[in-house]
Design a binder for this molecule. Structure first.
Ligand code: FE
Length: 338
């Protein structure tokens, strides 16, 4: 019998970066084995780890922080890191961690069977676990013909009516990186400049961006898909809808939650077991906890997503977002995007 006690939270000392929140989730009746996860993704993660512990008896200890904070911490800790598995909320950041030499490749038929090639690194250092798309959101009360492309957010029609996340956020940088991949630096710059020319309201929270649409502070915006079903769960009449962008060209921008096993993992076998579980038996739990699309396309998304309909997704860009991240930062800066 498994004990469903609430996971306890224990504060333990942070090493390099005091801003990183530290928590320890887990069950006291584990078999004594534990896996330590550094995670930039925090949505409902504790329940997911509890289910893994229930299935395997392996306790999960986890530390949360932003993707870049955790990467810096891993670099500072070097071979002495307690982290076995690193999870990010952004595709560029998992690749940047891989390029920094923080991961060891995992040769696993389970993982390569479950996760499509476009959603894992070519050298098997990281694997996506869920897909989220960064799409156009619009007011259903004030907009009858929403934009249907990322470039169209720069039309003068949306001047003073556009909400965007700041340039420092990984979601913004990855979206611009995908524009660079498809359009080249010069054309991507023109698109971003056209957004800036619309005098956007910068808000550093996708939830707040959707609330701003509902409140009338803007009519159109960019946000990740899962923020909308969260709000619709509270208020089915929430007056915001998705317009899937670039459906006749490259498809809607795909970002991912992804994970890799650290180079000096104290419990490499346990980390691989957790990674494989998240990619298979845990796919629905992991994705549905945050209304995301499973990385494994054979796993059905949560029923709450069915009303959003089918869409064309830009799978081609996912593995390129890390490589293009520095250029995305340059384009954002050159465009005067705040
Ligand atoms: Fe998010």
């Amino acid at each position: 019998m498994f004990d469903l006690r609430r996971a306890t939270r224990l504060a333990i000392a942070t090493l390099a970066l005091p801003t990183v929140a530290v928590a320890c989730g887990g069950q006291t009746d584990s078999n004594g084995e534990s896996v330590t996860v550094y995670t930039g993704r925090h949505y409902g993660i504790e329940a997911v780890f509890d289910e893994f512990t229930e299935a395997t008896g392996i306790e999960v200890r986890f530390t949360t922080g932003s993707d870049p904070e955790l990467r810096e911490r891993l670099l500072a800790e070097g071979d002495n890191t307690p982290a076995d598995l690193v999870m990010t909320a952004d595709a560029a950041n998992i690749e940047l961690a891989s390029q920094a030499g923080l991961f060891a490749a995992v040769d696993s038929n389970t993982l390569t069977s479950a996760i499509p090639a476009e959603l894992r690194s070519p050298d098997n250092t990281w694997f996506a676990l869920s897909r989220r798309l960064r799409v156009i959101m619009y007011s259903t009360e004030r907009v009858s013909e929403p934009p249907t492309s990322y470039a169209a957010l720069g039309d003068s029609e949306w001047s003073g009516k556009l909400c965007l996340r700041p340039s420092t956020h990984p979601y913004t940088q990855s979206l611009v990186a995908s524009l660079i991949l498809h359009l080249g630096d010069d054309e991507a710059l023109k698109v971003v400049e056209s957004w800036v020319a619309n005098d956007p309201l910068y808000i550093n929270s996708d939830t707040d961006i959707l609330e701003a649409i509902a409140a009338g502070d803007c009519d159109v915006a960019l946000a990740n898909t899962y923020y909308l079903p969260r709000l619709l769960a509270d208020d089915p009449a929430f007056p915001v809808a998705i317009s899937w962008p670039d459906q006749d060209s490259n498809g809607a921008h795909v970002n991912v939650s992804a994970a890799g096993v650290t180079k000096s993992a104290p419990n490499r076998a346990g980390a691989i077991r957790l990674l494989e579980w998240l990619a298979t038996k845990g796919q629905s739990t992991f994705s549905d906890a945050n209304f995301e699309y499973p990385a494994d396309p054979s796993v059905a998304p949560a029923s709450a997503l069915s009303s959003f309909g089918d869409f064309v997704a830009d799978l081609a860009a996912v593995r390129e977002l890390g490589r293009l991240n520095p250029r995305a930062v340059e384009v954002l800066s050159a465009a005067g995007y705040e």
